[in-house]
Write a protein that binds this ligand. Sequence first.
Ligand code: UDP
Length: 246
Amino acid sequence: MAISKVKILDVPFVNTTLNEFIDHILNEHILKSKKASIVTANPEIVMHANEDSSYMQILHHANYVTADGIGIVKAAEKLGQPLPERVTGYDLMKGFLSKANQQKMSIYLLGAKDEVIQLAKENIQKTYPNLEIVGYHNGYFNWEENDIGEEIKQLKPDFVFVALGFPRQEKWINQHIDQFDKGVFMGVGGCFDVWAGTVKRAPIIWQKVHLEWFYRLLNQPSRIGRMMAIPKFMKKINEQKVKEKS
Ligand code: UDP
């Protein structure tokens, strides 16, 4: 069954809850061995796409774009096309890993520094002993010359998690997806750092009050420049709302 979409500043978001989306991916892609690409987009990604048409094209080309963050959910509500909840990269990855563990599926990890991916791999395997990590590669490789794509094609993992940061990870998936026969490919940003324990995710209480972004800012103050995209995004949403009314 197709999932309906809600357009926010021209980016088509899937209108679904986290659990519905996980089930959809399992039923429509994993069970049918049909490949898929997923982008989890936050306001920063939406703003970037509005400034870079080639990146916007990548988002349109992806099979699914999910609402990564409360900013997207609030914007959808403001535009009168509400989305049920946020579907973040970390929560999705955790949901997929848990299903992979239950059903003995395979995964491949691409991205982050060598020591980070080693630790992430060990911690994932400890937490989910029944899933199979068929391969992994750090995220600092020669973009033009490498055999990562070929390796993934041969290994045929069920899930490929790509942690190269945005917009690199979406570009990598978009550039390579045609060469694969199966697999669910998803950009997961800094998630390997969280799995490795080198970056802590905000405690649940911060997440519940929708201040996860503020927690990240306190822990990584260098993110302030990137976070300036959020007020710009809200301003654009307000402009779109006014335009729709007139
Ligand atoms: N990274 C990588 N290759 C690169 C640049 C970055 O593997 O060429 C990794 C980096 O080590 C980190 C992740 O990508 O693990 C980026 O995390 P960030 O929190 O910046 O993700 P974003 O918020 O951009 O999605």
